[in-house]
Design a protein around this ligand. Structure first.
Ligand code: CMP
Length: 138
């Protein structure tokens, strides 16, 4: 069993499609073992996305990620990191495979509905950034 970290982003919470996204997650076999709706602060968003701080889209990304509440989640399952990346689809929805969350729901490369960890190491860091262990019930 593996864990990964997920964010259902502002474009999705705003459009009331978090349930549709959770259905795709659960249909893949992943289990949502922790979930909460939060409003990201600017400093939290900057720290979480610090790896992108030099990118041209960084300021827009922070503005977007703090524009509406988000749902942060811990997902558990076999090969959870890879499984979630497969069902999310490519960052740019124009390049995402049919049936993926981003192909079905994302608006564009920034407002791409979901975030998922890129590796196990990254997943652990991202989970610890938002959750205490006693909030996760596997
Ligand atoms: P995510 O997987 O959360 O990681 C970084 C985020 O930055 C990404 O999803 C998008 O929301 C955003 N992003 C990535 N590439 C671009 C881009 N070229 N232009 C605008 N936003 C981007």
């Amino acid at each position: 069993m593996q864990r990964t970290f997920s964010i259902i982003k502002p474009d999705a919470t705003k459009r009331n499609i978090t349930g549709s996204i959770n259905n795709i997650i659960e249909d893949s076999g992943l289990r949502i073992i922790a979930q909460k709706r939060i409003q990201l602060s600017v400093s939290q968003a900057k720290e979480f996305y610090s790896i992108h701080s030099e990118k041209s889209f960084f300021n827009d990304l922070i503005k977007y990620m703090t524009s509406e509440p988000v749902i942060v989640q811990v997902l558990e399952g076999s090969e959870a990191v890879l499984t979630y990346r497969n069902i999310m689809g490519a960052t740019d929805p124009n390049q995402a495979d049919e049936g993926t969350i981003r192909k079905l729901h994302a608006l564009n490369v920034q407002e791409n509905s979901v975030h998922g960890s890129v590796s196990n190491v990254n997943a652990e860091k991202e989970i610890n950034f938002f959750f205490k262990e006693d909030e996760i019930v596997g």
